[in-house]
Design a binder for this molecule. Structure first.
Ligand SMILES: Cc1ncc(COP(=O)(O)O)c(C=O)c1O
Length: 403
C-alpha cells in the first residue's frame, strides 16, 4: 500500500472533526475554538484581536494567576533550579521542591502523604491504574471527568457507570456486581460542566455497605468549596472521609500538575505502580514553586474562597430572576444554558459583542439541547465585573431569544 492510500483510510476520522467544527464556526466572527487570548495579568480581562473583553470562562478560581508572590516564587525557582528536572522522578527528576510541595499538599488535604504528577489527567490515569486492574471493578458516575474514564479503560478493570449523583442506582450496581477483587467508586467532588456537588455522605455509606473504596477528584473543589476551600470533606463538615483524594494544580492553583493524597502506604504504592508517574517527566521547578506558593496563599487568605462562594450565589440569583437556567449549579461553575449546539455558539458570539467571553460547551460533552456557556466565577473578578457580566449574559440571551 502506498502512503496516500494509507492516509486515505484516515480521511473519515479527519473529516469528522473538520465538518463538525465548520458546522459550528460557520461565520467568520465566531471565534470560540482554540482562540488565543492575551490575558491581562492583574485583572480578569483579556484581549482578543484588539477587543478588551471580560473573561468569564477561566478556571483560575482563586484569582492568583498574576499574583506577584506566585510569579516571584516561580522566578526564584527557575533561578535556583533551571527550567527542567532531568527526566522522571524515579531516576534523576526529584528535587527538594517536589518534596516541599508534596508535604504542603498532604498538610492541606489532611493526609499522611501526597504525590504530585505532571497533570491532573496523569494523576487520574495513574492512580486508577495502580489501584484497579483485571479482576477488579470500578464504579463511575456518568459525568465523571474523561481522565477518570480513560484511567478505567486502561486499567483493564470491569467498568460500571451509574446515573449522575444517583446513589440508589450506584447501590444497585454494587449489589449486582461480583463481590470479589478491589471495588472502587470514583466521583468528581464538583462536576465541571454542571457545577453540582457529589452527595458524599450517602456515597460513603453505600461504599461501606458494599466493600468499596471511595475516590474523589477535587479538581473543581479545591479552593472553591468548604468554608476554607479544602474541598468536599470540609463542605460536608468532615462528617465522612474518603479513601483517595486527588486533584489538579491547574485551576484554583494557577500552575500545572496533579496531586494525590492518602496514607503513606498508598503513596508508596503509587510511586512504583502509577505509570504516568513512573514513566513521565517530573513537574518543572517554576510549576512546583508556583503551586506551593499558591497553596500557602490559599490557606492564609480564606476570604478569596468566601468571595467566590458569595458572588457565585449572587450571580446565579441574578440570572434566575431574569428567567435563565443554570441547571443544578451550586458552586463557582455556573453553566448558562443556551439549548442546541448552534444556539450556544450563536450566544457566545453575541456575548462577545456585548463585552464578555463565555465559551460554549456542546454535545457530546453535555446532553442534547443542554449546550451551554460554561461560566466560572473567580476571585480575579470584582463585584462590578460580575454585575457587568450578568447584565451582558442576560442582554445577549434576550438578543438570542434564549429568554
Ligand atoms: C474534573 C477534572 N479532573 C481532572 C482534570 C485534568 O486536570 P489537568 O488539566 O491538570 O490535567 C480536569 C481538567 O479539566 C477536570 O476538570
Amino acid at each position: 500500500m502506498n502512503a496516500s492510500a494509507a492516509w486515505s483510510r484516515l480521511e473519515p476520522k479527519l473529516a469528522y472533526f473538520r465538518d463538525r467544527v465548520r458546522s459550528l464556526e460557520y461565520e467568520p466572527n465566531r471565534k470560540n475554538s482554540f482562540v488565543a487570548y492575551t490575558v491581562e495579568r492583574d485583572s480578569a480581562y483579556a484581549d482578543q484581536d484588539g477587543q478588551r473583553l471580560l473573561m468569564m470562562s477561566g478556571y483560575s478560581y482563586l484569582g492568583l494567576a498574576g499574583d506577584e508572590r506566585v510569579v516571584s516564587a516561580a522566578k526564584a525557582a527557575v533561578d535556583r533550579y533551571g527550567t527542567g528536572n532531568h527526566g522522571v522522578r524515579a531516576l534523576a527528576g526529584s528535587t527538594p521542591l517536589h518534596e516541599e510541595l508534596e508535604a504542603e499538599v498532604a498538610k492541606f488535604a489532611g493526609r499522611e502523604q501526597a504525590l504530585v504528577f505532571g497533570s491532573g489527567y496523569a494523576a487520574n490515569v495513574g492512580t486508577v491504574g495502580a489501584i484497579v486492574g483485571p479482576g477488579d471493578t470500578v464504579f463511575i458516575d456518568k459525568y465523571d471527568h474523561a481522565s477518570i474514564v480513560d484511567g478505567c479503560k486502561l486499567s483493564g478493570a470491569t467498568v460500571t457507570r451509574f446515573r449522575h449523583n444517583d446513589v440508589a442506582h450506584l447501590e444497585r450496581r454494587l449489589a449486582a456486581a461480583p463481590d470479589t477483587g478491589v471495588r472502587l467508586v470514583i466521583v468528581d467532588s464538583v462536576y465541571s460542566m454542571d457545577g453540582d456537588i457529589a452527595p458524599l455522605v450517602d456515597l460513603r455509606k453505600v461504599c461501606d455497605a458494599h466493600n468499596a473504596l471511595l475516590m474523589v477528584d477535587e479538581a473543581h473543589a479545591l479552593g472553591v468549596i468548604g468554608a476554607t476551600g479544602k474541598g468536599i470533606e470540609e463542605h460536608f463538615d468532615y462528617e465522612v472521609k474518603v479513601d483517595v483524594k486527588l486533584g489538579t494544580l491547574s485551576k484554583a492553583i494557577p500552575s500545572m500538575g496533579g496531586w494525590v493524597a492518602g496514607s503513606a502506604e498508598l503513596i508508596h504504592h503509587l510511586k512504583y505502580a502509577a505509570r504516568p508517574f513512573l514513566f513521565s517527566a517530573a513537574l518543572g521547578p517554576a510549576q512546583s514553586a508556583a503551586a506551593l506558593e499558591s497553596l500557602r496563599i490559599l490557606q492564609r487568605e480564606p476570604e478569596r474562597v468566601e468571595f467566590i462562594q458569595q458572588e457565585s450565589e449572587r450571580f446565579r440569583t441574578t440570572l434566575h430572576e431574569a428567567g435563565m437556567s443554570t441547571v443544578d449549579s451550586e458552586t463557582a461553575v455556573v453553566p448558562v444554558i443556551a439549548g442546541s449546539d448552534t444556539a450556544a455558539y450563536d450566544y457566545a458570539t453575541v456575548c462577545r459583542k456585548n463585552g464578555v467571553i463565555g465559551l460554549p460547551v456542546v454535545t457530546p460533552a453535555v446532553p442534547n439541547d443542554l449546550a451551554r456557556l460554561r461560566i466560572a466565577i473567580t476571585a480575579a473578578h470584582t463585584k462590578a465585573d460580575l454585575e457587568f457580566a450578568a447584565e451582558a449574559f442576560i442582554k445577549s440571551a434576550r438578543e438570542c431569544r434564549i429568554i
